[in-house]
Design a protein around this ligand. Sequence first.
Ligand code: GLU
Length: 453
Amino acid sequence: MTTTRFAPSPTGRLHVGNIRTALNNWMLARKGDGQFILRIDDTDAERSREEFVAAIREDLAWLGLGWDREERQSERLDRYEAAFAALRDAGRIYPAYETAQELELKRKIRLGRGLPPIYDRAALELTDAARTAKEAEGIAPHWRFKLDHEEPIVWEDGIRGPQRFDPAQLSDPVIRRADGSWLYMLPSTVDDVDMGVTQVLRGEDHVSNTAVQIQMFTALHAAGFAAQHDGAEEVPDFAHEALLVGREGKLSKRLGSLGCDALRERGIEPEAIVALLARLGTSHPVEPIADRAALVEGFDLSTFGRAPARFDETELERINTAIVHQMPFAAVKDRLPEGMDEAGWHAVRPNVKTVAEADEWWRLVTGPIEQPDFAEEDRAYLAEAAEALAWGEDPWGALTAALKEQTGRKGRALFLPLRQALTGMDHGPDMGELLPLIGEDEARARLAQAAEA
Ligand code: GLU
């Protein structure tokens, strides 16, 4: 069974970048008839906020990305402690005492010598006496995971293809701070093991973390820490999505902060966000597909490209408009103005970019409207229209046919004064649909009023 997870840190709202990761993990799970886990990465007590946990849940629910299980790292600290003990006993974790300044200095020196700025493992050379002396001075250690330098780290990435890292070119990662708090690397691996995650799909900024974590998975299994899940491999499958960039080709601040809440306020529908992000950076065309099942059906990691995916807000707006034009009355009725029925929605739908814009057009139906000043000959024409108005199956068709016959007017001269008198506007929804909604008495009154003015 496929098990995927979306693991946001609750330090802000969801934005287009992590919505895409959530969506792709959701689709991967749905396609594999599997499980999608929402994992709240809240080990950083200082930056994590409860209000963001709530907002993440709310945004995912609004997007229609339901999760089968929710986990929180802050409730799993005993598991991290146990993994730490197991790895330490296995000789895969060691204490280090350098201060941040010392590490920075070492980094600069290595860079100056043209060496990769990785940790030199000086702490591994410390004697027991030296360590005891440090601790007697009151210096608490932070802890590093000791990479195995023997073998290259390799994996077949679901998007990037074969990957190979030389562990000697990587720093032994710090996994725990001197105050006992956890950094991202180990808890995430422990969770993926415990929760039986089969596929890790995330941004390519995590590629080198994956190299390290692959060794952690193997070490946890070797240390007997990991209970084997049915059918799950020791190490999950990994895939890394190319970065999302703005139209200009860079990941702009603005794009990074384009939050789900802001999009929603702008009238962007969840289905538009999903339709765009599901196809962005893949070889499938971006289309206004509101049918979620069809998107899931077509989801395939082999269609994902390695080039950065371009996110264009105008494209999102275009998709949104096309999605809104497909939306059935039942899907929008709670957001429509009072009294607007199915015929009303169908009349205005082709003219709106967002559902909220239905309000403006509906005011043309309910009135009051503001009519322009008409020239004298148009006033006479409108008086004739008020007389000619007859109610039946298609009042607009009947009215314009009769007026054409009586007055010889055609085209703009025939239609525009009528539209202006009836709606106060010179453009808008189809009059054939609008006129029945305005109603006979009100329509006659508006024509008569325009004729008088
Ligand atoms: N909390 C991490 C992040 O938001 C999760 C990374 C992962 O998927 O493992 O970057």
